[in-house]
Every structure is written in structure tokens, then in C-alpha cells.
Design a protein around this ligand. Sequence first.
Ligand code: Q9C
Ligand code: ZN
Length: 332
Amino acid sequence: MDKIPVVYSADHKKHNPFYLFGVDEHPEKPDRIENILKEIKKLDMAEICEPETVNIGLIKEVHLDGYINFLQSLKKNISNEYRFPINFYHESNRNLIGFRSLLGRYSFDVSTPVKKNTFQCALVSASVSYTAAKLIKDGKSVVYAAGRPPGHHAMKSLMGGFCYLNNAAIAAQYLSKFGSVAVLDVDYHHGNGTQDVFYDRGDVLTVSIHINPNLSFPYYWGFEDEIGVGLGKGRNFNITLDNNIGNDIYHEALERALNKVVDFKPNFLIISLGLDTYENDSIGTFKLTTDYYKKMAQTIKSLNYPTVVIQEGGYYDDLGKNVVSFLSGFCG
Ligand code: Q9C
Ligand code: ZN
């Protein structure tokens, strides 16, 4: 068995957000990826590789120009102190130019602040995921993208849920030039950004298993009647679950999700790997166990698709052990 390439850059540490109402610690912190790297390095099964920077052109195939231009403008317009949106109006057709108006136009929550280097940090995470996709295109069978900030909540022109650029969508858009792509999102939360990017497209299937949005973030997306439009109709599936469910109910949902993937006959599979489904996660309510992540991965591996695994959520100090359990399901 070849070693699993793990794409990683230490530059993720430059992104260190806090919460607007500074009571709780922001859960999306640099230690997450450092703990993952530490656990992966203990094993022989992985080899660490540096990312290659993704082109802005590919990013603009996923996100709208105005949104990317705004993120790029942060470098010259604001300091290295985090700023938060306060006013929101997403339907404005005006040519907005003020920093505050644009920040509200391009955000859907207040958990996703921006500072001078935010675009550069998000670009590193997107590059980690793009590089993983490129290794798959070049013939690897499984590659893990160990990046942060996460991406699956980032929509065509909205940041939110700790996400700025949609890393999984950028990987999927890249691979879609070489064949059909399925994205399976197993984060605790709905992958609303990935759904948004491919909602009207027939060449990329999106399937997400998540907490019922009536009960949790992202609240406004992720219902089961969201099945796609136009060429994308029947190519988006949402499977919603209750609070506190465990391995068995989750596994039934996984099998339903994988049936949709198999029916689609993709050339490539992307897994948005949120590990906030874990029993000790600080945000999620599901009760999945460390051992279950190995079974989840074995079930996915049995389908034999070249697979990009992209890190999304997971908010606890020993996140790395669950990444290792998951990746071990792809070994042997
Ligand atoms: N007090 C991901 O897992 N709301 N994002 C948190 C907690 C936002 C989660 C509120 C949750 C976003 C990638
Ligand atoms: Zn999540």
C-alpha cells in the first residue's frame, strides 16, 4: 500500500479568528490542524506535501467576481484586526463601494470575521485542496487535504460558518474538467456552499448528511426538498438527522447517500470530512465514535473511486485521532 499524500501548509496559523461577543473562544483555531498533523506524523501511512497555489481564474469559476475582488481588497483596505459585519442586505443591486456595506453584502453570519490577510489565508486552504485534487487527477487513489479555514459553507458570493473560499467546490470544479464528480459532505452541518455552487449543474453531484437545519446552523439551507434546478435537478440530495443520533442511524444515512453516488457513476469522489459528528464535539450533538470513522472510510473506499478527502469542521482538542481513524480505513 502506497503512503497517503497529506497536503499541508503551516501558513494556516496566520488565521486565528475570535468571536464578536468575546465570551466563548472561537472554535475554528490553528490547534485543530496542528493536532491532526501531530497524529498523522506518528504513523507511517502518510507523506506530507506542500500545496501549489491555485489560480484566481479557477476560484472565479466557483465564486462571483465581486466577492473575490472584495476579499482581495482587504489587503489594502483594512488592518490586521478582525472586522465583523453588522448590517446585512443581500439583495442590493447597487454598485456598493463602502467597506461596511460590502462586508454585510458578502456575509451571512457574524462568526466569520475578516482582516488584512484573510484572503491570503483562505487561498492557502484552497491551494491545499486544489493540490490534493491535482494529485488525484494524476493518478493517486486517495489524498487528504489538511487545510483550514474550512470551506463548505462558503457560497458563490457569501462567507459564513467559518468559511471564506469553498475548498471542496474548487477541487470539484478542477476535477470536473477531467470527468464527472460527486461531493459527499459528512460534516455535522449542511454543506450549503457546495450545494449553492453546483445547484444548477448536472456534471457535479452534491450529497450532504447533516443535522436538520430547523435545529442548527446553517438554518436556511439543507432541507430534503432541495434537489437542484435545471440540469442540476436530481443532482443534489440532503439527508437530515435528529439531535443525538449514533453510529447505527448514521450508517443507514451513509448507505443511502452512497447509493445516490453510485447511481451517478462519478469518475471522482470528494469527501467534505467534517468531524464535528464526534460524540465529544463542542458544537455538534451526534454521537459518532472514533472507531466508526474507520468503518465510514472503509465503506466509502469499497466503492473504489479516486477520492479527495478535504478537512471541514471538528471542534475538540484531539481531532487528530479521528482523522487517523478515518484514513486508516483507506489503508490495506
Ligand atoms: N456557538 C463548520 O463546521 N455557528 N462550521 C456556531 C456556536 C457556526 C460550523 C455557533 C457553526 C459553523 C465548518
Ligand atoms: Zn460543521
